[in-house]
Design a protein around this ligand. Structure first.
Ligand code: FEO
Length: 388
């Protein structure tokens, strides 16, 4: 709970116990569920927090408001990590109006069996909510990350309340650099919706934004061009760095030897190379790295006439997030019928602007002179493709 600027307060909570966000995404350093209070002559509370922290959040709101009562609860996003306590809030503050869009109220009814017909304020894209001395302008952001999502802009503090956008994994009490966990959060959760994020960025370019207040992670106020630039890159599927991610699965270590040799050959040619063991590394870390670099090499064993299961899952994760605009190399291993390269290429066929470089390296059980020659040729081809 803290003052951010005149009439703008933080009332969110830190979750340092959570290990799996959304029940599936590992978080090493917890999660922040942010919520804000904006006061002019009237006061609006923006979003609630996860169900486990309802009491703490309501206490924060009460302490912040003091003698005042909230006039509005603004629901920017209905995912329960933000909306879980809206019903209890409206029970405790029966005079507060509920602000959302048409889709918000459908979801409120689904979650709580209450559509607030007698106390709702339905906003449209571009509408403003006058708080007296300042106003909140609503900028819709459908599918960033659910269809009802909207952001809003406070004209007094020039703050954007960005919903899930610009968020990151990690509690606020844990000090770490923003990029890595923001990138992983973005590609794990919003990565599929690059086009919708682009649409939001276009709308935001019309506003003079001095502060971004997301629903997760720290408030951003310095060098906003940097964060907006990264979001533009990520949502446009542009690589952030020149380099090669070598994503692999290995069973008895022979494919990993090939990966090590390729990384070494790439480094010798001045190309940055990073390897990622898909079996030993949780998938969201690998996905974020795949979108970070300009090239990817997929290396895997053949398994049941297909690629190894972890590789299949990884490639699915890429394609469902519209992976595109990258240089791609393939390495397959197979003791009697190598088939993985064909399977990987077939899965990637629908992705736009992929440039496959040859040779596809074929390993028969273990490296030999021929496959080592192919690895060097692949390193050479990747280095050339990255220079062009
Ligand atoms: Fe943080 Fe889409 O909820």
């Amino acid at each position: 709970m803290k003052d951010i600027s005149d009439g703008l307060y933080y009332v969110g909570v830190d979750d340092t116990e959570i290990d799996l966000f959304e029940g599936i995404l590992p978080v090493k350093h917890g999660m922040a569920y942010n919520s804000y209070v904006v006061c002019g002559e009237k006061c609006a509370v923006l979003d609630s927090v996860d169900a486990h922290f309802g009491e703490k959040w309501l206490e924060n709101v009460k302490k912040t408001l003091g003698e005042r009562k909230p006039d509005y609860i603004v629901v920017l996003h209905m995912e329960p990590d933000h909306s879980a306590n809206v019903f209890e809030f409206t029970r405790q503050y029966p005079e507060a109006k509920v602000v959302g869009n048409n889709k918000t109220f459908v979801m409120l009814n689904e979650f709580f069996g209450e559509d607030y017909a007698d106390r709702r304020v339905v906003v449209k894209d571009g509408d403003s909510l006058d708080l007296g001395g300042r106003s909140l302008k609503f900028i819709f952001a459908p599918m960033v990350h659910w269809p009802e999502v909207m952001t809003c802009y406070d004209d007094k503090s020039k703050s954007l309340f960005s919903a899930d956008a610009f968020g990151k994994f990690g509690a606020l009490s844990y000090d770490e650099k923003w990029e890595d966990e923001a990138r992983r959060y973005y590609f794990a959760i919003v990565g599929k919706y690059g086009m919708q994020v682009q649409a939001l960025l276009k709308k935001l370019s019309l506003y003079q934004i001095e502060r971004i207040c997301p629903l997760h992670g720290p408030i951003l106020s310095d060098n906003l061009g940097y964060y907006l630039g990264l979001y533009n890159k990520w949502s446009n599927y542009d690589p952030e760095e020149k380099g090669v991610l070598v994503a692999y699965s290995t069973v008895y270590g022979h494919t990993e030897k090939a990966v090590d040799m390729l990384c070494n050959e790439l480094e010798k040619r001045g190309v940055k190379a990073r390897k990622c063991n898909l079996i030993r590394t949780e998938r969201t870390y690998c996905i974020a790295e795949a979108f970070r670099y300009s090239a990817i090499v997929l290396a895997t064993t053949t398994y049941n006439g297909e690629m190894f299961p972890t590789m299949r899952e990884f490639v699915d994760c890429l394609t469902e997030r519209n992976f595109k605009n990258r240089v791609v190399g393939l390495i397959e291993n197979g003791s009697w019928a190598p088939f993985a390269a064909k399977a990987m290429q077939a899965k990637l066929e629908g992705c736009k602007d992929l440039k496959f470089v040859e040779p596809y390296v074929k390993i028969r059980s273990a490296l030999n002179d021929e496959s080592e020659r192919e690895l060097k040729a692949l390193a050479e081809a990747l280095a050339a493709a990255l220079k062009s």
